[in-house]
Ligand binder design. Sequence first.
Ligand SMILES: Cc1cc2nc3c(=O)[nH]c(=O)nc-3n(C[C@H](O)[C@H](O)[C@H](O)COP(=O)(O)O)c2cc1C
Length: 337
Amino acid sequence: MNTHPLFQPCSIAGLSLKNRFVMAPMTRRRSPNGIPTDQVAEHYAKRAKGEIGLIISEGALIEHPLANSYGDVPYLKEEAIDAWRKVVSRVHDFDTPMFAQIWHTGPVARPGVSKEAVIEDGEEVVRAATEEDKKQLLELYSSAASVARRSGFDGIELHCAHGYLLDSFLRAGDTGYVVEVLRELRTQVGVEFPICLRFSTWKVGEFEANYIDSVQKLESILDPLCDAGIDIFHPSVRRFWVSPFGEEDDLGLAGWTRKISGKPTITVGNIGLVTSELTEEGPQSLAELQRRFDVGYFDLAALARPLITEPAWVSKAASEDYGAIQDFYPDAPKEVY
Ligand SMILES: Cc1cc2nc3c(=O)[nH]c(=O)nc-3n(C[C@H](O)[C@H](O)[C@H](O)COP(=O)(O)O)c2cc1C
């Protein structure tokens, strides 16, 4: 049995968690008409049964005409409340809290809307958000948060990562608009309801698109977000042990985020992706993850791909039954439910 604190109960942002492992958001594209099916509920229930401490839903869209880039993605809309209630209730059956990730795909959609226009082959395919757009988007983010709260979610995560809408504002240095969205969300959900914010070094299709190239830059992003009342930060990097600030830096993005903000922070990226590497010595080992926790670089650790093939990853890792863990393989997101 692994008795490390990562596998022990804890309390974060007013939530009681069975352990410090989180299911990272993963788009599943199995919600026709934007409404999650019973199969979606069972997908999350299986991971809750497998003893994950906290679940963050797949990106769920705000009800804006240009929000979507992919088919069958769920929306946080009035007509979906009953379906979301079922999802959350199945997860709660296992005493696992669940957050909704609030999403707008921004410059990834065609046509799209973004902080800045995108021109392709001489044609504007993504328009720059006008003041009118920004006002409408604020209202729609707020409505999505209201749907999340009324569906029974235990918190929300604002998706400001991976090249989508709110990431386009952060990357352009317009943290102010993200702060406006956060203030709107806080007004909507009240002071007790946890708000997590996800930002990233990488973008979809552009893994090297890091814009956070110094600790000072990170500070300039985090300080106003903290003032706006963030409860948890979720800085997204592809490998938890690789720092965007160079090889000499041990803290990494999560460590610096926690140090600067003083807020609970989630680390993520290639945790347990190859099970045989977990028990070996090396940067991607469980020992390294535990060391990073012990020195105070993060509070929670999120996994995405390993949970697709192994819903019981946490219970098996906790009981050190590594041989029973089903490793991720690239076609798994299409095949496994
Ligand atoms: C199939 C799939 C779908 C994803 N969808 C989302 C999403 O909806 N929102 C998000 O913020 N990240 C999304 N991600 C990124 C993951 O949350 C995570 O940051 C990334 O996969 C790295 O973690 P891992 O190494 O444990 O897989 C997705 C990743 C995968 C593999």
